[in-house]
Structure formats: C-alpha cells, structure tokens
Design a protein around this ligand. Structure first.
Ligand SMILES: Cc1cc2nc3c(=O)[nH]c(=O)nc-3n(C[C@H](O)[C@H](O)[C@H](O)COP(=O)(O)O)c2cc1C
Length: 392
C-alpha cells in the first residue's frame, strides 16, 4: 500500500512517482535544492528527523509508564490495517476493556470489518504482553458478540518480562526490499511458534503463483474506484498531515532508502492514480520480487467468525514480534482477501479465490497474507495517536 495504500494531488509533470522512478532519488534532491528552498522544505517536511515529532512520541514514551495505562501504551504500538488504529480502551485498576472504534474503518476495502478486528487482536496481544512487567497478571476473555470485543482482567502478579515484550517498539511493517537469503524451515517454524494456523508458502512454484496473485489483486483493487478512494483516504502525504492525524500510511513506512525517502518528502505529493500505479509497481518489482517466503494465517472454513479474527490478530502480532527479535522483516499483504470480500459484497467473482485456495490446505480459509525475508535496511516507525486519545 502505497501498499494497499496510495497518495495526494500534485501539479502535473513533477510527482513523487515520476521523480523516484524516472530520474532517480539523488537527482530529485538536486532538483529541489536548485529551487533554493531545500533547507526550509527539509525542515517543513521533517526530512532530517524520520521517526521524530509528536506523532511518534508514543514509541518513545510508553515503557516507563506503570500500571494499566502503560499497558495501553504498548497496545497502541500494534499493527492495524492502514494504520487506522481502530481501538479504544476502557481502563480500570482491575480490568481493561478493548473496544472497536466504528469511525476508523476502511470502507469498501474491509466491508466485513474483518481486518479491523484483526487489528484489535494485534493490540490485545501487545496489551497482554505489557501487563506482567507492570506486576499485573492478565486473564483474557474474548467477547466477540459486541463491544467491548475483549476484557483483560487484571490481578496482582510477579513482575516478569516476556522476550517479545522487549521488541514491541522495534516491530515495524517492512515494505522495502528483502535480501535474496532463503529462510530455513526451522526459522519459519520459530516464527509461527509451530502454530498450524500459519501456512508457509516457500516452494518456488507456489511462491511465484502467490506473487502473481498479489499483483493481479493489486491491479483489480486500483481498478475499483471505490476501493482506490477508500485506500487513498488513509494516506498522509505531508508531515503536517502526519502530525495532525497521527495515523494512516506515510512515506516513512514505504521501505525507501534514506536518499529516496528524502526526495519523496521534498517533492509534491502524487495523485491517487499515481499512488495506485506506484503501489502496483512496488508490489511487482519489490514486494513480490524479493519475498523469501509468504505466510498465510488461516482458519478452519467453518469458523470464520469474529473470535477467529481476534485470535488471528493476536497470532499475527506474535509472529511479527518473533520476526523482529530474530532480525527478520515482515510485511502484511492483504489485497487478495480485500478483493474476495469486495467480490462478496458486490456479487461478483473472479479467479482470485480459487487460485488462492489451490495454494492452501483443504478445508481452510485465508484470513491474512504476509511476506517475510531478511531486510535490506531497518523499517521505520509510523505515527500513533497517544494513549490519552484512545482511552474511553
Ligand atoms: C489486518 C491487517 C492488514 C494489513 N494489511 C496490509 C496490507 O495489505 N499491505 C500493507 O502494506 N500493510 C498492511 N498492514 C500493515 C499496516 O499497514 C501497518 O500495521 C500499519 O500501517 C502500522 O504500521 P506498523 O505495522 O509499521 O506499526 C496490515 C496490518 C493489519 C493488522
């Protein structure tokens, strides 16, 4: 995304996509410098301080906060679809309720709120990991029938730290290139914790087939104006937008090298159409081209319900934290399931469903797709709303 997730209006001729692809990043910087505005624009666009600013303060401030509010500080660092952060928390001394925020959806991209509930599961996992270091023993009850979607009861317990807790603030979605280093079966097993809900796609032919599917699904998504517009609504094109919204998809999260990122920030934003094209190109030329393996989180076909989605989120978050602790990059890629949900709501059908099913164990349903690999460079943090903004 510039993923399932694009970009904003630009004067014709000079857009981020044109310059990044056509001229090369260093040339782009030079072109902007020639206008004499480089230093002001660099300051204004926070080129020199990726990961800085108030929008990133939650990554810096959470660890020292004691009690349930400190645990919520860890929860807000979780992954969420399009960085919508679709959560609220009701906090008491003896319990934390996790609630969905119905205003923070992605519309036609997630018509059944499946991805939103997965995101709530991701936050729940961080929340649970962050209780014991604060002397709180958590007991989780999923409440998939309504809101809250989960209650975490808290009782006093020994102050202990889980190794995955330590990497909560180092986990970032990596949309950059991965190295051509294969991942051993034992490594993949360590990532999934041997959970059979994760199906690995490693074999060359199957990987190529899934890669083609991901590109085809991206093409179908951008050809669907409603989905394209709903994606675009969550792209934050400027530093000001990031600081104002503290959510959404940002240039820092696109996996660029430092020069390319600097140029992208200095140049005028792309239009929606250009952002869509950029995403499809990146999907084909970077994401799919360099995936060492794909993981698919599945559920038994007859238990595709909200509880399964919350559990899938907890699992995705754990896999990503394990990957982080092992120095492995992870990138969710959900355009296929987003298209399948869209087809279900519009009464259409393509070959995407059968092609994906052919790569999965019989009797399972795909919930989430992600790629893994050895990163070329570290991924960067993205904005977060502060705890005060999400406590009910
Ligand atoms: C349910 C779910 C679906 C996601 N789907 C995609 C996706 O299709 N493409 C993508 O690039 N990122 C995807 N992401 C990653 C989010 O965009 C990412 O978590 C969010 O922008 C916050 O960034 P962070 O993970 O680096 O903290 C997904 C995350 C979740 C939880």
């Amino acid at each position: 995304m510039v993923t399932t997730e694009p970009a904003p209006p630009a004067p014709p001729g000079v857009s981020r996509r044109h310059v990044l692809r056509g001229l090369g990043a260093a040339t782009g910087v030079a072109a902007v410098a020639a206008t004499g505005l480089l230093s002001y624009r660099a300051y204004d666009a926070a080129v020199l301080d990726p990961g800085g600013g108030d929008a990133h303060a939650p990554w810096r401030d959470w660890r020292a906060v004691p009690g349930p509010l400190g645990a919520v500080g860890a929860a807000v660092l979780a992954a969420s679809p399009h960085n919508t952060q679709p959560w609220r928390f009701a906090v008491a001394d003896d319990a934390i309720d996790v609630l969905a925020d119905p205003t923070r959806g992605t519309g036609s991209v997630d018509p059944f709120s499946r991805e939103r509930d997965v995101g709530l599961g991701c936050a729940l996992e961080n929340l649970v990991l962050a209780c014991p270091p604060r002397g709180l023993s958590p007991t989780v009850t999923l409440l998939p029938g309504g809101d809250p979607v989960a209650r975490v009861a808290l009782t006093p317990g020994p102050a202990v730290t889980h190794p995955l807790y330590d990497v909560i603030d180092r986990r970032h979605t990596d949309r950059g290139p991965f190295r051509a280093t294969p991942l051993a079966p034992a490594t993949l097993e360590a990532l999934s914790g041997a959970d059979p809900a994760v199906h690995w796609v490693v074999d060359t032919a199957a990987r190529a087939a899934l890669g083609r599917l991901l590109v085809d699904a991206a093409e179908a998504l951008v050809a669907d104006t409603e989905q394209s517009v709903d994606n675009f609504a969550w792209f934050r094109a400027t530093h000001d937008d990031e600081e104002r919204h503290r959510d959404g998809l940002v240039l820092d999260g696109q996996g660029f090298g430092p020069l390319q990122l600097g140029a992208a920030k200095l140049l005028p934003p792309s239009s929606r159409a250009e952002g869509d094209r950029f995403w499809v190109d990146r999907t084909r030329d970077v994401h799919v081209a360099t995936a060492a393996a794909y993981g698919v989180v599945t559920t038994p076909a007859d238990t595709d319900d909200r509880a399964a989605h919350l559990e899938a989120g907890r699992l995705l978050q754990r896999v990503h934290l394990r990957a982080t602790s092992l120095g492995i990059a992870l990138h969710p890629m959900n355009q296929i399931t987003e298209r399948l949900d869209r087809e279900a709501t519009t009464g259409t059908a393509s070959d995407l469903g059968p092609r994906l099913a052919a790569l999965l164990p019989a009797g399972t349903r795909p919930l989430l797709v992600f790629r893994v690999g050895v990163p070329v460079r570290p991924a960067r943090p993205t904005p977060r709303r502060p705890v005060a903004a999400v406590v009910a």
